[in-house]
Design a protein around this ligand. Structure first.
Ligand code: ADP
Ligand code: MG
Length: 716
């Protein structure tokens, strides 16, 4: 730790050789290439290496492909005399005086400096970085980039980033990359590491066919990789972003088209439609199907009757009732004495689907299994893995519900004919291939149904997922009441809590969702624990509160969800793990903390966790942010009529190029491309068609890249 801190300090002021020099040295000794573990390059030790690993960075190449998610514009150098209160300014100054003192009130260490340029001088203050007085000395020329604010009557620079003046700066006086980092890794460290390996990007062959690059005005890969991290200016940054988005979308389109071709050439089992049994089943449900549910169920059973594999995307807003549609398809498969699998993204969802289906099929004599990493059951009884595997391969089990564990393990089916994937954008070509190999008869490809609540506009969906047929449920069950949504100002918090207490008194239950406090808190442990403590100790000491976050063992998660479902707890404090699919009909209030930190589509998903029964339900959006933009954005949740409208508003509020990241983009499979990149999507599609028409064999580099990408997807 001490050693690392020291390195960070040294590197921060450029007093050790920077990137280029180190790389040249290593390269000369033939010590590093793209696959070299990152620790060997940076020499920063095991701790940093393991922190990097948490970000998915293990090799030099991973580091190069770890794109920033935004850039801070420190490129304008201001004169001190011109400074105004502003979030980000950069000055080029000479240090006059610098010293440490302890703040009287809070016992914080303060470092104060007076700095000057030709136009004037200004005070600088840093908190808790006493080592600065060793690094920065009177007479040093530095860039300082940071916030300008009033200290009583005079302006001062607060906690600026500092860097010695040079022609090639890293942290100041330029567009500075900002990365997502985990706890204890600093932006400076990542920038330093990236910069030191970036020269190696030249070793990465540009796999894009030159004619495709030319036609689409794309910069070459090496340039794009260099400029995405350390852009010379905004214009070239846009070119780099454009190229790297194209890469993702192009590869994606290639795999979509390949899968389309693959499907056209493959055979599936035709599943007879058992009309009267299906009618009886539908009649046995505690509700009547909506017209849309009927329509899409019909589309699906019609597909199943063909020898051509179905490849259908079922879109429907949260709560629109997709599960029962899936059940109708599975029911017919079972009546045909064949097997079906339903896959969910989380254990919680898988086990909920399993419980649901057990319930829906309680009058049939089907064998229904649950298979996840930690849970194996058949018809409500715990079973061994061995027994389930053997009953799957003999065909004794007709329906199996699970997570990805189902395809990661060597599960053999007797006659798998239908695979249903819930709440996932896209089921990879490879995963389908795996199921095919496992389906007993090697020549048979299972029918595939993907279900999602993410509302992608139809035209976009068709362009993007050109290999899919689309079914949409737009109509909500009639019994559903509109959820009353309120954006709650801090001053009304107390009132909202009173309301919550009253709801609990009448027997209802409440969700409280917390945003991640920082990126290091990926599993939400801190966010959830803090909120839990607060509610438990200060707000609702008399209520039964439980918490749910990503660090808990699957068995504990199950227990907590089961308790909540069984009304053994009143309030569930959770991270976004409850986002998709979870069904607690008795819950009537959804409280969302830090609502401004979530995308509209995501908030809509949270809200969909309540209002699933006859009870009037409520969604409270707590926010500390008072900006007009936040208010307008959150108000869209009050006014928009459905998830489709929200998805489009979400994109408008964000605007192109504002921010990207996997959570925000609406594309879990992309690092940088977004739904809004419609132009690039179309260009990438045309390019992919062209390349495939000529044959991939003509492009060995591209072929290799595709194989790598597919492998990576498969390993997830
Ligand atoms: P989603 O489309 O979000 O997956 P679910 O399938 O989980 O929605 O259904 C949400 C709830 O609505 C479930 O409790 C389900 O039993 C119920 N439901 C489904 N269809 C109808 C309907 N036609 N009328 C009333 N309730 C329904
Ligand atoms: Mg669902």
């Amino acid at each position: 730790m001490g050693g690392e801190r020291k390195l960070a300090e040294l590197e921060a002021v450029g007093s050790i050789p920077t990137g280029d020099a180190i790389v040249k040295l290593f390269l000369a000794k033939m010590m590093i290439d793209l696959t070299t573990p990152v620790a060997a390059v940076s020499r920063v030790g095991k701790t940093t290496a393991s922190r990097l690993k948490r970000l998915g960075i293990e090799t030099v190449s991973d580091l190069i492909f770890y794109y920033p998610f935004r850039w801070q514009d420190f490129s304008q150098i201001s004169d001190i005399s011109e400074l105004q209160p502003i979030d980000a300014a950069t000055v080029k100054v000479k240090i006059q005086i610098i010293s440490n003192r302890r703040s009287p009130a809070k016992r914080k260490m303060l470092t104060e400096a007076l700095v000057a340029d030709q136009t004037g001088s200004i005070k600088v203050i840093w908190f808790n970085q006493p080592f600065l007085t060793k690094i920065l000395q009177p007479g040093d020329e530095v860039y300082l980039s940071g916030k300008v604010d009033f200290d009583r009557y005079n302006l001062q620079l607060v906690n600026p980033v500092y860097e010695k003046v040079s022609a090639d700066t890293t942290h100041t006086a330029r567009l500075v990359p900002v990365y997502s980092v985990t706890n204890n890794l600093t932006q400076k460290q990542i920038r330093f590491l990236v910069k030191s390996v970036l020269p190696l990007a030249t070793l990465i062959a540009d796999w894009l066919p030159p004619e495709i690059s030319q036609e689409n005005n794309l910069v070459n890969l090496n340039l794009a990789l260099n400029q995405i991290h350390f852009p010379k200016d905004k214009k070239i940054l846009d070119l780099a972003i454009n190229r790297l988005k194209f890469d993702e979308l192009f590869l994606f389109q290639l795999s979509v088209l390949a899968s389309k071709l693959d499907i056209a050439l493959s055979q599936s089992e035709a599943i007879d439609f058992f009309e009267s049994q299906t009618k009886n089943f539908v009649a046995s449900l505690p509700f009547t199907l909506t017209n849309d549910q009927r329509k899409v169920a019909w589309q699906i059973v019609s597909d199943l009757q063909k020898n051509q594999p179905m490849n259908r995307l079922l879109q429907g807003d949260v709560g629109s009732g997709k599960t029962v549609v899936a059940a109708i398809a599975m029911f017919n498969v079972a009546l045909n004495k064949k097997q079906a699998v339903l896959m969910a993204p989380t254990e919680i969802l898988a086990s909920q689907h399993y419980q649901n289906l057990l319930n829906l099929f309680k009058d049939s004599n089907l064998n229904i299994a649950l298979f996840t990493r930690s849970q194996r059951q058949v018809n409500g009884r715990v079973e061994t893995k061995k027994k389930i595997l053997s009953d799957l391969s003999s065909g004794d089990i007709q329906l199996v519900i699970g997570t990805h564990a189902l395809i990661q393990q060597d599960v053999e089916f007797s006659n798998l004919v239908l695979a249903i994937v819930d709440e996932q954008h896209r089921f990879g070509v490879n995963q389908r291939k795996i199921l095919r190999q496992n389906s007993g008869d090697k020549k048979i490809t299972p029918h595939l149904l993907s279900m999602t609540a993410t509302p992608i506009p139809r035209s976009l969906a068709l362009t993007l997922y050109g290999d899919l047929d689309l079914s949409i449920i737009r109509e909500m069950p009639k019994s559903r009441k509109k959820i009353i949504t309120k954006v709650v100002d801090p001053k009304n918090r107390k009132q909202a809590y009173e309301f919550v207490r009253n709801q609990v008194k009448t027997g209802r239950q409440v969700f409280v969702i917390c945003p991640l406090i920082d990126l290091s808190d990926k599993l939400g442990v801190k966010a959830v624990t803090d909120e839990f403590e607060k509610l438990k100790k200060e707000i609702f000491p008399d209520l039964r509160i439980e918490m749910l976050h990503g660090k808990l063992k699957p068995a504990d998660k199950e227990r907590i969800m089961a308790n909540f479902l069984a009304k053994k707890s009143d309030i569930l404090v959770a991270t976004s793990v409850v986002e998709v699919g979870v069904d607690i009909p008795n819950a009537s209030v959804m409280v969302i903390e830090g609502a401004e930190r979530f995308g509209l589509a995501q908030l809509h998903q949270f809200r969909g966790r309540v209002g699933r029964s006859i009870y009037q339900s409520y969604c409270f959006l707590f926010t500390e942010s008072q900006t007009e933009k936040t208010k307008a954005r959150l108000n869209a949740l009050v006014t928009a009529k459905d998830g489709f409208e929200l998805a489009e508003l979400d994109l408008q509020f964000r605007g192109p190029g504002e921010i990207y990241g996997t959570i925000q983009s609406g594309f879990p499979e992309f690092k940088i491309a977004q739904l809004i990149d419609y132009d690039i999507i179309i260009k990438a599609k045309l390019a992919a068609e062209k390349v495939l028409a000529l044959g991939l064999d003509k492009y060995p580099l591209l072929k290799q890249k595709m194989e790598q990408t597919n492998k990576a997807v498969h390993l997830e």
